[in-house]
Ligand binder design. Structure first.
Ligand SMILES: NC(=O)c1ccc[n+]([C@@H]2O[C@H](COP(=O)([O-])OP(=O)(O)OC[C@H]3O[C@@H](n4cnc5c(N)ncnc54)[C@H](O)[C@@H]3O)[C@@H](O)[C@H]2O)c1
Length: 270
């Protein structure tokens, strides 16, 4: 370890279980010397697995539904108190589509579900940043990161309305990032991660198919949750101070590939 986050304070949203990308990020942030508060929706906390992570990383847990301004205001105020100062990093690692969960086809959405999924997966990022901004809770040269997926740019039919949510999320990162940059010298980026076997990932129909397809297309293979955590740590560190308003692909090269030899071989056998 390199002490890249020594003395830095933060909030980590979205660690549900040891497979969660946020879980790996919390472990690595701790190893790199950071102190932070862990948070998740009250319903997710009932599973109790987060206590294990909190113990391991000497962190406190504050429940917050990321769609509730009241919960977010309480979370940010308390985190600054508990950690003893303003924040240097915030991770938004939250996603959920009710249409996907209920098996609704993209062409036949229930719009109450659409709105709820959009609020949880995309608008929540605006809400989190709005609370951080209004409470002036971020230190200069702080870093805010949200996780996204390439279905924001290209069609993956089974990703359903999460594709639209991710496009919105990435746009919010740029729009809010402008104000956070000019007013407070805080950077805002999204990391576009490879398909990763987590609770949210595996909830997408056909996950195994597109996981294997992406693996065979990417020159470096799919990026794992652990590797995503490493990359995120660099964005929280002082080594990336002028990187902002970016959607950064962390996908083994998948996003720039037309076709790979291994996919060609598969079809040539036919
Ligand atoms: N797994 C993948 O293939 C993949 C690929 C690219 C991007 N991502 C993104 O990574 C992020 C993390 O997902 P993951 O794969 O680690 O899965 P995960 O299921 O472990 O994490 C999703 C988290 O969102 C939380 N959440 C849901 N509703 C919430 C609410 N109302 N308030 C607060 N938190 C809430 C869940 O409790 C959970 O902790 C998501 O944004 C996801 O879209 C995942």
């Amino acid at each position: 370890m390199y002490n890249l986050l020594k003395g830095k304070r933060g909030i980590i949203f979205g660690a549900l279980d040891p497979k969660s990308i946020a879980w790996k990020i919390a472990e690595k942030a701790h190893a790199e010397g950071a102190t932070f508060v862990l948070t998740n929706a009250p319903i997710a906390l009932r599973m109790g697995t987060m206590n294990e992570l909190a113990e391991k990383t000497n962190s406190q847990i504050i429940p917050a539904d990321a769609t509730s301004m009241e919960d977010l205001e309480n979370l940010v105020t308390k985190s600054v108190e508990i950690l003893g100062g303003k924040l240097d990093f915030v991770l938004h690692s939250i996603g959920m589509s009710v249409n996907v969960r209920k098996g609704r086809h993209y062409t036949d959405q229930k719009y109450d579900f659409t709105t709820k999924g959009w609020d949880i997966s995309a608008v929540s990022f605006h809400k989190v940043m709005s609370v951080l901004y209004k409470q002036d809770a971020m230190n200069e040269w702080g870093s805010i990161v949200a996780l996204t997926y390439m279905a924001a740019q290209r069609v993956f039919p089974d990703y359903n309305d999460m594709a639209d949510n991710k496009a919105y999320l990435e746009s919010v990162a740029r729009s809010f990032g402008y104000f956070f940059g000019t007013e407070k010298k805080v950077r805002v980026n999204t990391i576009s991660q490879s398909p990763t076997p987590t609770t949210a990932g595996q909830g997408v129909k056909g996950f195994d198919g597109f996981f294997t397809y992406a693996e065979k297309m990417s020159p470096l293979g799919n990026a794992t949750a652990d590797e995503c955590a490493d990359y995120t740590i660099t964005l929280f560190s002082d080594l990336t101070k002028k990187v902002t308003l970016q959607n950064l692909f962390h996908d083994g090269g998948f996003s720039n590939i037309g076709v790979s030899q291994s996919v060609m071989d598969y079809f040539e056998k036919e």
